[in-house]
Every structure is written in C-alpha cells, then in structure tokens.
Design a binder for this molecule. Structure first.
Ligand code: PAF
Length: 287
C-alpha cells in the first residue's frame, strides 16, 4: 500500500479525526528524514502495535544551533516516502518550516512559545554543546503530538537524553500517550546507525568504529563485575581512536538521570564525539 504524503497540518488532522472516530490506535514515528534501518525498526514496531502509523519527516530548524548542520542535513523525501510505502505506513507528514511555525515567525523564544524541559536534564551531555537543542526538540515533539494525537510515539534509544526528556515531558505535562523506546540498530561492525553517518569519509568511518568498541568494552568489564566509573572511563578512553575529539563519556542512572560513580542496574553509558566536522553519539544501557 502506498503511504499518503501530506504537507499540511489540517490535512493530517482530517485523517486523525476520522481514525479517532473509528476508535483506531494511532502510532507516530517522529523523524527528520534520511530514513535508515534504525527508523525502519521504529516504523515496524509502530505497525505491530497500532492500526494506523504516521511518520513525520521534518528537519526542525529550532533544534539546530546557528553553527550546526541545519542547511546541510540530508533531505531525501522521495526515498523516505518509498521506504514508508514498503513498510505500509499510512501517512508521511512532511511539513515545511512555514507550515509548522508560521510565516514571518522569528524562530526564537521572543516570538514563539517554547516547551522548555528542566535545566537538570538539558544542561548536560548533548545539551552542553547544543544550547537550546532540547527546547527545540520538546517544542516540535509537542506540536507533532498535538497534530497527530497518537496513542503511542516511537523513539530510538540512540538519542538516550532525548528519549529521557520526552518521557519526562509526557509525564510532567500529563500528555495522553505512551512513549515506546526502541533499541539502537547497528551496522554489522557495530557502528550505530545515524543519518549523520552519511557525512563520514571512509577513514572517518573507520575511526568511528572505536566508539561502539569502547562502549562494548565498558559492557564487557561491567559483566566482569567492574563497577567503578573511573576505571570504565579510562578503559574506554584507551580504545577510542586518537583522532576523535571526545565531547563526553558519562555514566548516568537511566531512571533518575543522575551521574553515578558506581555502575548499577539500568546505568546509561553515553558518549559524544566529533570526527572532523561530524558529531556522533552512541550509548549502551548496562545491567
Ligand atoms: O530524533 C530526531 O530525529 C528528532 O530530534 C525528532 C525527535 C524527530 C524531533 O525533531
């Protein structure tokens, strides 16, 4: 079946209204497009749990900083649509920035209502080097939830901080849906799938393999009962390719998001690096 490509909010709302009247379960897979196997797994999960699946494809300007890759971010809507057809998604919602935010709106919090997650969760890890990023994510995700009114929304665990913040937002703001976390999808050599992998040269890609290797080493040592975060940090550092610029490697309790010195069940080991101009993240949940 062919997915319906819609660019306008009101057109999406017409379908949602009809589906709600029919009591159908609606799933939303929010994406920025350039779909890869990681997204495929989210859409498949959504198909398995919902009667109707909406895939949003929107490169959200308000979650990019002024020196980030908004203009360069891969935009492959024809290919994305074909993939959604194959996966039997019902709607591909691909709005323009004007459609989402209105013409002439200055995309800043002087002119636009933003959803701002608490500082504790956005002032660290990815939020440290990307000020405003999670406000932008929370804002667009809220808008998508309001437009699509999903029963379930599907997010990859690769963006662990994003996943945590969205789950917290849904709880704190009594949003009427369930967030479904989906496991990281990796290439056979361990590299976590990301639309930004497309920026990597062959040498850089080779270099990037040390990211997952470092995380797997942490897991291996943890499974041997080594729980001291400093020891695990140093072991991972020894494996990371020296041409990578480490932005952070942190251990956090994935229930509370607090930093931990001793690893226990449900600890997130999360890493961000820069390889040349490309910023990559990855993580693993221990225990
Ligand atoms: O993870 C992403 O692709 C984006 O941050 C999201 C959730 C689609 C919001 O723009």
């Amino acid at each position: 079946m062919s997915a319906i490509l819609l660019n306008h909010i009101n057109d999406v709302k017409t379908y949602i209204y009809k589906w709600k009247n029919e009591n159908l379960k609606i799933g939303l897979v929010p994406t920025m497009g350039a779909l890869h196997s990681g997204h495929v797994s989210l859409i498949k999960k959504a198909k398995s749990m919902c009667d109707k699946v909406v895939v949003s494809v929107f490169v959200n300007p308000v979650q990019f900083g002024p020196n980030e890759d908004y203009d360069k971010y891969p935009r492959t809507i024809e290919k994305d649509k074909m993939l959604c057809d194959e996966l039997d998604a019902d709607i591909v919602f691909a709005p323009s920035a004007n459609e989402m935010y209105g013409e002439n709106v200055k995309l800043s919090n002087t002119d636009l209502t933003f959803v701002c997650p608490p500082y504790n969760y956005i002032d660290c890890m990815c939020g440290k080097s990307r000020p405003g990023h999670f406000d932008g994510v929370a804002t667009v995700v809220t808008k998508l939830f309001n437009i699509v009114q999903p029963d379930y929304a599907f997010f990859g665990q690769k963006d662990a901080q994003q996943l945590y913040i969205i789950k917290k937002m849904v709880k704190d703001l009594n949003m009427n849906l369930e967030i479904v976390p989906c496991p990281i999808v990796r290439e056979s050599d361990g590299l976590a799938l990301s639309s930004r992998n497309a920026y990597l040269s062959a040498d850089e890609r080779q270099c990037a393999l040390s990211i997952s290797k470092a995380l797997f080493e942490i897991e291996r040592l943890y499974n041997q009962k080594i729980t001291d975060a400093n020891i695990l940090f140093d072991s991972a550092l020894a494996i990371l390719n020296k041409n990578l610029e480490l932005e952070y490697l942190e251990f956090r309790n994935f229930d509370t998001f607090e930093k931990v010195d001793k690893i226990c069940k449900n600890t997130l080991a999360a890493i961000a690096v820069k390889i040349g101009k490309t910023r990559l993240i990855d993580n693993i949940i221990l225990g």
